[in-house]
Design a protein. Structure first.
Lengths: 523, 492
């Protein structure tokens, strides 16, 4: 008991990976049901432990809790140091919540089930690691390691249709193209991050985040690096290296082009996690690392970020509206929604330590809540797209239509989830987008106003999605062939719907945790 | 702790004696020869583990010392010991010889001679790693090069084996002769009448002397480390060699060059090293980036791995060239990490070639379905290769880059490009060779490998992952060796 209590986060972090390794080593290959259920239960353990942590967490205490620190890579002063504050806790909860649901959603996968499930669990460890790391090197480790399972999930279990032509005329399958693009895009983005991390580590002599927060912003001289460049320049370059890596992951316009491909080709549960959690890693990077490490540089660059965020909101909405493929439509909606997260972050970056600091905190609260909310609604939307795809084997909006009478339950759920995504008051999306807009308005009035116009188009593409699937003339081919959502599928979507409604009506239980963390970090 | 007297001499000469016995065993007793080879390799591996575990990091310095006069008039002694840098390399050699013998089960052509020469080669390699006497070091160095020629020329790939064996041998002999000249210059100039390298470290050679001779000694050995533009022999040699020899060659032999360049070049001529390193690091930059690029455009799977070794060995020498703590530590780890990784790669390529009889990437595909374990192992190697955190490659490359930052920041920024290039060719190979559809021509030809082969791959993978997750199993030891090297530069 004592051991569990004092290593809570480590247990949350490592249970999925250990379960995955045990599965790989001992489970017979053809026992599909066992693989599914073991993976599902293994992912429930971190969820249960997270809930224990949630109730044991003292939101009013500043700093990090549940800390663990062990020797890891002594030669370069990097340790296994983990801990959480309100921000990390919210993200850990999101991850541990969405993973079991995604695994449940994957019960229909039939190919290499054991390996699929193991990769999913390893992916969970990778994502959780990013959220709990208090050491920059450890952060980078988990940041990169999560790419590997995701790559294989898209590459091996992704959509089997579709081809893409590369330069030189070579034709590859769409999932190969998408997974390669996902991997190389992110890795290329990480190169600058890697170099900048080394720069910080060498200059400060430690990779521990708490030391770095303390010393790096004050640094006036590069002692150990023989470089005739002013420190301010170095810091600006390092800032952009960090910002680029995270901007690609969020993704911020114009670095988003990997996302529609990856989302569209990924298996349903892969998309759920990709949109639900993986995109949050980028935003989390901004909040956890960029703002505390580079307050001045972030302030200087906030206008650029706000501009890009506005572009993401507007163009994301336009692009979503223009899609014929249902899944691509939902994919572009992520660009649109994550734009609000970045807008909130930009507003905060601009206003820290000015008279607008109060508004900045509101915007930040909104941004973090939006991360959580988008996690719920995007996972829900991708799941629902997957449900219809499994039945019709098409995502082409022109082929669908008029399905409401055939699938009333599905129709109702789709409308509910879409409304949450659209930002209907009373559901979760509204609360967070309102907070972001409310907080950003005094800081970036024009951008905020433009973003709100962008919201109009959000409404347009959501309604288009609903109209083209549920309403209009029925494609006769589907008559009598479609079955209603089954019990397992309802189990996947129900918790998400409950939370969407709950957070829409009474977001306080989550906001209070987030708010305290934001106040400590940036207040 | 179990203490075995003369353990280093045992490690060095056990393979030699066993190898000589194998040479005369009748070739038709294939099973017997294989069992004998496997037993010898296992015993050698066990001894190397004992050395590794028995090395005391707290005391550091040279341990397991043995010293006997050899030619006392000339100041030559048989003197062996290991320090923090060479102990992991001895272990590496143990791992590679063990796994290399396991996967050589299907050698049909004169197996006695094959294993005989392989073990004689191992003696040479162990000898270099443990030699404290410069003459002994050269002696073992040549022992290592000679059997290589025969192994490639007789058992190699029919298309290129004679060409590759000749090229390799000439390159390495010329290199070692040049280094030997430098070594003799040190011997005469020191006036100490000794080849003992610990004594020569204190010889206080003049700056002019060091500046003049350093390039000779360094490049003489670095040829075997695959430094650009003298790397050309290595991909040809790798490709032409039979699988176990490729594993040994890329996995261990290239480290021999880097290690000797460090031991004889950098450690005995530190001022010379400090003078010349600024341009040597530029050469290694070419190794790292251009090597990765060349690997990317190969169509033959084995050549891809061959050139990837050029790129990764470039990182080792680059780490040395920083002449600082982080760079040396990283280079020390990279030698082991790359050795295990590339042995794994060549083992996998060999397994595929044995069954598919082609190594053209375009003619392969869909292997994963038939060899899931092999695929998993190759992917682990691939992740190490692209420097994925959590695997040994990252543990090695990260400090190397940190070291380069502290010496030549711009080079760190350029060199890092190699990571993306490496990632793209690894992803391409994994996709093209292991996944996708099995080509018609290969249907029915691809089967899973045997249990013992899986054991070999599993062992190699385990080292790569273990070192990646728990760097403390090796880094402190390397660090203790590095501290001593740094002391020669007047700092710690």
């Amino acid at each position: 008991m004592e051991f569990i209590q004092s290593n809570m986060l480590t247990l949350i972090l490592l249970t999925p990976a250990v379960a995955a390794l045990l599965m790989l080593a001992f489970l017979p290959k053809d026992n599909k049901p066992a693989a599914r259920w073991i993976a599902f239960f293994a992912s429930l353990i971190p969820l249960a432990l997270t809930l224990v942590v949630w109730f044991g967490f003292d939101a009013s205490a500043p700093g990090f809790q549940y800390e663990n620190q062990h020797v890891w890579y002594e030669a370069i002063n990097s340790t296994y140091h983990i801990g959480i504050d309100g921000l990390s806790l919210a993200m850990v909860l999101l991850t541990t919540l969405l993973t079991p649901l995604s695994i449940l959603a994957s019960f229909s996968v039939e190919k290499n089930v054991k390996i699929y499930m193991a990769l999913f669990l390893i992916l969970e460890t990778g994502m959780l690691g990013v959220f709990v790391s208090l050491d920059l090197l450890l952060f980078f480790l988990f940041w990169e390691i999560g790419l590997v399972p995701m790559y294989f999930l898209i590459n091996q279990w992704g959509s089997e249709k579709g081809e893409r032509e590369l330069w030189g005329g070579r034709v590859v399958s769409a999932r190969t193209y998408a997974s390669f693009k996902f991997m190389v895009y992110t890795m290329a983005g990480s190169l600058g991050l890697l170099l900048a991390i080394q720069l910080l580590g060498i200059s400060v002599g430690s990779y521990d985040l708490i030391t770095l927060f303390d010393q790096w912003p004050q640094l006036t001289e590069l002692v150990k690096i023989p470089w005739e460049v002013p420190v301010a320049t170095v810091k600006t370059v390092a800032f952009w290296a960090f910002a680029l890596a995270f901007a690609i992951k969020v993704p911020v316009w114009p670095f988003h082009t990997w996302l529609p491909d990856a989302h569209t080709e990924a298996p349903t549960a892969g998309s759920m996690i990709l949109a639900g959690v993986l995109l949050k890693l980028g935003a989390y990077g901004f909040l956890r690392l960029v703002l505390p490490l580079y307050p001045e540089q972030a302030q200087a660059a906030a206008g650029v970020l706000a501009f890009l965020a506005t572009m993401a909101i507007i163009f994301g909405a336009f692009a979503a509206f223009g899609q014929k493929d249902f899944k691509r439509l939902v994919a572009y909606s992520s660009v649109n929604h994550m734009g609000f997260v970045v807008l909130g972050i930009a507003a905060a970056a601009a206003a820290v330590h000015t008279e607008n600091a109060e508004h900045a905190t509101i915007a930040l609260n909104g941004a973090v809540l939006q991360m959580f909310n988008h996690g719920l609604s995007a996972a829900g939307m991708f799941f629902l797209v997957g449900v219809i795809y499994e039945r019709t084997h098409t995502r082409d909006l022109e082929q669908l239509g008029g399905l409401f009478p055939l699938l009333p339950v599905y129709g109702g759920i789709l409308i509910f989830t879409s409304m949450a995504s659209l930002g209907l008051p009373g559901l979760n999306g509204f609360v967070s987008e309102f907070l972001v807009v409310r907080g950003s308005w005094p800081i970036f009035t024009v951008y905020t106003a433009l973003s709100m116009l962008g919201l109009l188009f959000t409404g347009a593409y959501i309604l288009k999605g609903i109209a083209k699937t549920l309403h209009g003339p029925l494609n006769e081919a589907w008559k009598g062939k479609l079955t209603e959502m089954n019990r397992r599928e309802l189990f996947v979507i129900a918790p998400l719907m409950v939370l969407m409604l709950w957070l829409g009506v009474s977001p306080d239980w989550l906001l209070s945790v987030i708010n305290k963390a934001m106040m400590t970090l940036f207040g | 702790m179990l203490e075995i007297p003369y353990i280093l001499s045992l490690i060095v000469f056990l393979p030699l004696v066993a190898g000589l016995v194998m040479l005369v065993l009748p070739s038709d007793r294939k099973k017997l020869i294989y069992r004998f080879a496997l037993g010898t390799a296992a015993l050698t591996f066990l001894l190397t583990i004992l050395v590794y575990v028995g090395y005391d990091i707290q005391t550091a310095g040279y341990q397991f010392v043995e010293k006997y006069d050899w030619l006392p008039k000339l100041g030559i002694s048989y003197s062996v010991a290991v320090d923090g840098i060479s102990a992991p390399l001895v272990l590496l050699t143990g791992i590679v010889i063990f796994t290399g013998v396991i996967i050589s089960q299907r050698i049909d052509d004169r197996p006695g001679q094959f294993f005989g020469f392989l073990f004689i080669l191992a003696t040479g390699v162990f000898g270099v790693f443990v030699a404290v006497d410069m003459f002994a070091l050269f002696f073992f160095y040549e022992i290592a090069v000679f059997p290589m020629y025969l192994l490639i020329a007789i058992w190699g790939w029919k298309e290129t084996r004679e060409y590759a064996a000749m090229k390799l041998t000439l390159y390495l002999f010329i290199g070692s002769v040049i280094a030997l000249v430098g070594g003799l210059a040190m011997y005469f100039n020191s006036g100490l009448n000794t080849f003992d390298m610990i004594a020569l470290e204190g010889a206080n050679f003049s700056a002019d002397f060091q500046n003049f001779w350093f390039p000779f000694v360094f490049f003489g050995f670095a040829v075997l480390g695959g430094i650009w533009p003298f790397h050309n022999w290595s991909p040809d040699g790798h490709v032409a060699a039979p699988t176990a020899v490729s594993m040994f060659h890329a996995g261990v032999l290239m480290k021999l060059g880097a290690f000797a360049a460090l031991r004889v070049g950098i450690m005995l001529l530190p001022i010379g090293a400090a003078t010349h390193m600024w341009w040597i690091i530029l050469l290694t930059l070419v190794n790292v980036v251009y090597g990765a690029y060349i690997a990317m455009v190969q169509t033959d799977l084995k050549y891809v791995i061959g050139f990837s070794s050029v790129s990764h060995m470039g990182l080792v020498v680059m780490g040395f060239a920083t002449l600082n703590h982080d760079g040396f530590v990283g280079a020390g780890i990279q030698m082991v990490s790359h050795g295990v990784m590339t042995a794994l790669f060549f083992a996998v390529v060999g397994m595929i070639y044995d069954q598919a009889h082609t190594r053209q990437i375009s003619e392969l595909g869909g292997v994963a379905k038939f060899m899931p374990f092999v695929t998993g192992a190759f992917i682990i190697g691939g992740l190490v290769s692209m420097g994925m955190p959590g695997f040994s490659g990252f543990i090695a490359e990260f400090p190397i880059f940190m070291g380069v930052w502290q010496a030549y920041p711009w080079i760190a920024i350029v060199a890092v490009i190699s990571i993306v290039i490496t990632a793209s060719y690894i992803i391409r190979i994994v996709g093209a060779v292991f996944f996708g559809d099995l080509p018609k021509a290969l249907e029915g030809h691809i089967h899973d490998v045997t249990f013992s082969e899986k054991l070999a791959l599993g062992l190699l993978s385990l080292v790569l992952v273990g070192l990646g997750l728990f760097p403390s199993i090796m880094v402190p030891m390397v660090e203790s060796g590095v501290d001593k090297v740094l002391a020669l530069f007047g700092g710690a």
